[in-house]
Design a protein around this ligand. Structure first.
Ligand code: HEC
Ligand code: HEC
Ligand code: HEC
Ligand code: HEC
Ligand code: HEC
Ligand code: HEC
Ligand code: HEC
Length: 346
C-alpha cells in the first residue's frame, strides 16, 4: 500500500507527540477489554475489534487518536479527545472540505474511523450505503429516472461516486452475485458473501471457484470455465465501473449526463479490470482479470455488457455498410423506376 509522504510525517509527528503527552499507559488490548464488549460499554461505545484490527488505523493504536485518555479513564470523568481526520489526511480531506457538500456531511458521516478501507476493498453497494443514510434511495431513483433510462439498473449497478466525483481513470470490477429467493434487488440477484461462496467451495478456498490455478489472476479461460460450470448455474458475474483511485470532489459533473462517458469508454476502462471476492471480514479482495477478457461478452462476461463499450472503428464502418445496404434496395429501385418512367408509359 502506498503511503502519502505527508501522511507518514504527520503520523510520525503524532506518534512522537502522543508518547510523552499521553497520560495513559493503556494498550489497545486494554481499551478493547471494555470497548470491545457490548456488555461492558453498550452499543454506542462499542468498537468491533474484529473489524478494527485488520485496518490501517489499527497500526497506530487507540491512544494516537485518543490522546487525552488517562490511566484513571473512565473513572476520572474526563471527556476523551478524538483526533481530526484532517491532521493526517490533508490531501483527500482538504479536497472534500473545499466542496459544497462539506456543509452537508463530515468525514465520520461516511467513514467509521474504526472501520476504514480503501476503495479497492469496498463494494459499490457498500459505498452507496454511506450515501443512502441521507439520500433516500427511492427519491434518488425517481429524480435520476427523469433523464437516465433504466435508472434503477444504473443506480443499483454503479457506485454513486462514479458519477459524482472525478477521477483520473476508471476500472471495471466484477463481483459474484447469486439468485436470492426472497430478495428482488438487482432483478433477484445480490452480491454473494463469504459464507454463500464457502458453500460452493466446501473445504477449498473460495478463490478456487474461479481462480483454478491459484495464481491470483483470472484468465479468460478461467472466466469461461466458471460461466459454463453447471454447478454454478445460480452464480452470475456482475460488472460495474469504478474510479481507479478515489477523489473527494463530490459534485455533479456535467459529462455524466453524457451516456458516451461510460458507454463508449471502450477498451480504456475495459482493459483494466478486477474480480472482487468477499472476505470473511465483510470487505473485498481484488484479483486482476486478463486484459481484454471483459470485451469477450460471449464467454468472459455474459452477464455484463455496457452497450456501446466495445465500439470499434472497423465495426462502425461495417455497421454503416449494413445500414446503407438496407437503403440501397428501396432507393435504387425507386430511382430506376423514376428514370425508366418514360419507357414504361409506352
Ligand atoms: C474499564 C473499562 C474501560 C477501559 C479500559 C477504557 N474505556 Fe473508554 N470508556 C469507558 C466508559 C464506561 C466510557 C463512558 C464514560 C462516560 O460516559 O463518562 C468510555 C468513554 C470513552 C470515550 C469517549 C466516548 C464519547 O464519545 O464520549 C473514548 C473515546 C474512549 N472511552 C476511548 C478509550 C480508549 C482509547 C481506551 C484505551 C486507552 C479506553 N477508552 C479504555 C470504559 C473504558
Ligand atoms: C485514526 C484515529 C482513531 C483510532 C486509531 C481510534 N479511534 Fe476511536 N475515534 C476516532 C474518532 C475521530 C472518533 C469520533 C467519531 C465521531 O465523531 O463520530 C472516535 C470515537 C471513538 C469512541 C466513541 C464512540 C464512537 O464510535 O464514536 C470510542 C469509544 C472510541 N473511539 C474508542 C476507540 C478505541 C477503543 C480504539 C482502539 C481500539 C480507537 N478508538 C481507535 C478516531 C480513532
Ligand atoms: C493519526 C493519523 C490519522 C488520523 C487522525 C486519521 N487517519 Fe486515516 N489513515 C492514517 C494512516 C497512516 C493510514 C494508512 C495510509 C493511507 O492509506 O493513507 C490511514 C488510512 C485511512 C483510510 C484508508 C484505509 C485503507 O485501507 O486504504 C481511510 C478511509 C481513512 N484513513 C479515513 C480516516 C478518517 C475518516 C479519519 C477521521 C475520522 C482518519 N482517517 C483519521 C492515519 C490517520
Ligand atoms: C459523502 C461521503 C464521504 C465523505 C463525507 C468523506 N468520504 Fe472519504 N471516501 C468516501 C468513499 C465512498 C470512499 C471509498 C472507500 C470507502 O467507501 O471507504 C472514500 C475513501 C476515503 C479514503 C481512502 C482512499 C483510498 O485510498 O481508497 C480516505 C483516506 C478518505 N476517504 C478520507 C476522508 C476524509 C479525511 C474525509 C473528511 C474530510 C472524508 N473522507 C469524507 C466517501 C466519503
Ligand atoms: C450526512 C448526510 C449526507 C451523506 C452521508 C451524503 N450526503 Fe449528499 N447531500 C446531503 C445534503 C443535506 C445535501 C443538500 C440537499 C440535497 O441536495 O439533497 C446533499 C447534496 C448532494 C448532492 C447535490 C449537490 C450538488 O452540488 O448538486 C449530491 C450530488 C450528493 N449529495 C451526493 C452524495 C453522494 C454520492 C454521497 C455518498 C458518497 C452523499 N451525497 C452522502 C447530505 C448527505
Ligand atoms: C449515471 C450517473 C449517475 C449515477 C450513477 C448517480 N448520479 Fe446522481 N446525478 C447525476 C447527474 C448527471 C445529476 C444532475 C441531474 C439534474 O441536474 O437533474 C445528478 C443529481 C443528483 C443529486 C441532486 C438532486 C437530485 O436528486 O437530482 C443528488 C442528491 C444525487 N444525484 C445523488 C446520487 C446518489 C446518492 C447516487 C447513488 C445512489 C447517484 N446520485 C447516482 C448522475 C448520476
Ligand atoms: C457512469 C457510467 C454510465 C453512464 C454515464 C451511463 N451508463 Fe448506461 N450503463 C452503465 C452500466 C454499468 C450498465 C450496466 C451494464 C450491465 O450490467 O450489463 C448500463 C446499462 C445501460 C442500459 C441497459 C443495457 C442492457 O443491456 O440492459 C441502457 C439502455 C443504458 N445503460 C443507457 C444509458 C443512457 C441512455 C445513458 C445516458 C443518459 C447512460 N446509459 C449513461 C453505465 C453508465
Amino acid at each position: 500500500m502506498k503511503m502519502d509522504c505527508r501522511i507518514l510525517w504527520s503520523f510520525l509527528l503524532l506518534m512522537a507527540l502522543a508518547v510523552p503527552l499521553s497520560a495513559s499507559a493503556m494498550e489497545m488490548d486494554d481499551c478493547l477489554d471494555c470497548h470491545g464488549e457490548v456488555d461492558e460499554v453498550g452499543e454506542d461505545l462499542f468498537i468491533d475489534g474484529d473489524k478494527f484490527l485488520p485496518t490501517e488505523h489499527a497500526d497506530m493504536g487507540c491512544v494516537t487518536c485518543h490522546e487525552s485518555v488517562t490511566d484513571e479513564h473512565p473513572d476520572d470523568g474526563e471527556a476523551v479527545t478524538s483526533a481530526d481526520c484532517l491532521d493526517c489526511h490533508e490531501e483527500l480531506g482538504g479536497q472534500y472540505m473545499a466542496t459544497a457538500h462539506a456543509e452537508n456531511a463530515v468525514c465520520s458521516d461516511c467513514h467509521n474511523p474504526h472501520q476504514v478501507h480503501g476503495i479497492e476493498s469496498v463494494s459499490g453497494p457498500d459505498m452507496n450505503q454511506q450515501c443512502s443514510q441521507c439520500h433516500d434511495s427511492i427519491e434518488v431513483m425517481d429524480s435520476h429516472a427523469e433523464w437516465l433510462p433504466q435508472a434503477s439498473l444504473h443506480i443499483s449497478k454503479l457506485p454513486c461516486i462514479t458519477c459524482h466525483t472525478s477521477a483520473e481513470g476508471y476500472v471495471i470490477v466484477l463481483n459474484i452475485t447469486q439468485k436470492q429467493k426472497k430478495s428482488e434487488g438487482l432483478k433477484g440477484y445480490s452480491f454473494s458473501n463469504y459464507a454463500d461462496l464457502k458453500e460452493y467451495a466446501g473445504e477449498k478456498e473460495i478463490q478456487s471457484l474461479i481462480d483454478i490455478d491459484g495464481d491470483n489472476h483470472i484468465s479468460l479461460a478461467e472466466l469461461r470455465t466458471f460461466n459454463r460450470n453447471p454447478a454454478y448455474k445460480s452464480l452470475h458475474l456482475s460488472g460495474t465501473m469504478v474510479p481507479g483511485e478515489i477523489s473527494h470532489d463530490l459534485t455533479t459533473l456535467d459529462n455524466r449526463y453524457d451516456c458516451t462517458f461510460c458507454h463508449a469508454s471502450g477498451p480504456g476502462s475495459m482493459q483494466t479490470s478486477f474480480l472482487a471476492l468477499p472476505t470473511e471480514g465483510g470487505i473485498y479482495q481484488r484479483m486482476t482479470v486478463e486484459d481484454g477478457a471483459m470485451l469477450d461478452t460471449l464467454y468472459g462476461t455474459p452477464n455484463f455488457y455496457m452497450t456501446g463499450s466495445t465500439r470499434s472503428a472497423t465495426m462502425n464502418i461495417i455497421g454503416l455498410i449494413i445500414i446503407c445496404g438496407g437503403f440501397i434496395m428501396p432507393i435504387g429501385h425507386g430511382t430506376l423506376r423514376f428514370l425508366t418512367r418514360k419507357n414504361r408509359q409506352h
